[in-house]
Design a protein around this ligand. Structure first.
Ligand SMILES: Nc1nc2c(ncn2[C@@H]2O[C@H](COP(=O)(O)OP(=O)(O)O)[C@@H](O)[C@H]2O)c(=O)[nH]1
Ligand SMILES: [Mg+2]
Length: 239
């Protein structure tokens, strides 16, 4: 078996943290009984509610749960910090709201472990994906952005922003060096873009995704502006 760390980036998630981490933990334990081969890493940066306290308590209660505290905000920064200190064979992340069906983790693991893929990403834009409760404007924004990525950066992947990605830790330092560096949301897209540049073996995983709009922290307009700026920066690094 390959060891793995599942990182959950969190920001002010006191209401759902305990419940959802326990759901994830129970699921993984059911399928991967081997002890000390996997961890759930809660990566918190800058929560101002009780998130850190709850995460600390969870990490004491459950041996496979670990807390990583990062001083400043940003999902990219949280993932870089968590993966940078991991010693697992596989690393990756999913959103705390478990929007991607947990069963997909088994497929992701299999692709990396048995089929020797380097990177697996969840896609909500594949013909076999199933997307539930997604607000119309998020759906449109997602399609426009992924189209832009194709047109401007020339990438082939179908969904750069899905909060569900796993990779071999051995390929991460090189991806980071070549451009997966953003501290914010764009990190997730950079990761796939650079993986394509490097001609890594990438697995597109059509997912069942259930949106939880009430929990979303995304503000589309400011984020769109940031994305476009980041896209321009990333293109300069294209080989
Ligand atoms: N570490 C960290 N996590 C964040 C930050 N912003 C959001 N998150 C987490 O990223 C995940 C996805 O956020 P969410 O608001 O559900 O995004 P959406 O589903 O795309 O609307 C959740 O687990 C959030 O707690 C941040 O600045 N730092
Ligand atoms: Mg969400």
């Amino acid at each position: 078996m390959k060891s793995f760390d599942i990182t959950i980036p969190v920001l002010n998630e006191e209401d759902t943290l305990e419940q959802n981490v326990k759901t994830l933990h129970a699921f993984i334990r059911q399928h991967f009984p081997a002890h000390k081969q996997w961890r759930i890493v809660i990566a918190d940066n800058g929560s101002t509610d009780r998130t850190r306290e709850i995460a600390g308590a969870l990490s004491e209660e459950i041996p496979e749960v670990q807390l990583v505290s990062v001083p400043s905000r940003g999902v990219g920064l949280a993932l870089k910090t968590s993966w940078g200190q991991s010693d697992a064979d596989l690393v990756g992340y999913m959103d705390l709201d478990l929007a991607t069906d947990l069963t997909h983790f088994l497929e992701a693991y299999q692709a990396l472990e048995e089929q020797d893929y380097d990177v697996v990403y969840g896609s909500r834009l594949h013909a076999r994906s199933k997307v539930i409760n997604r607000p119309f404007k998020r759906e449109v924004a997602s399609r426009v952005f992924n189209w832009l990525l194709k047109a401007y950066l020339g990438v082939r992947f179908s969904d750069g922003m899905c909060g569900f990605k796993f990779l071999k830790r051995s390929v991460y330092p090189e991806l980071n060096r070549l451009g997966a560096q953003n501290d914010g949301w764009f990190f997730s897209t950079e990761l796939l873009t650079v993986a394509e540049w490097k001609k890594l073996k990438i697995y597109e995983l059509p997912v069942t995704w259930t949106d939880d709009t009430s929990s979303s922290k995304v503000k589309i307009l400011p984020l769109a502006k940031k994305y476009i700026r980041s896209m321009i920066e990333l293109k300069k690094k294209k080989p």
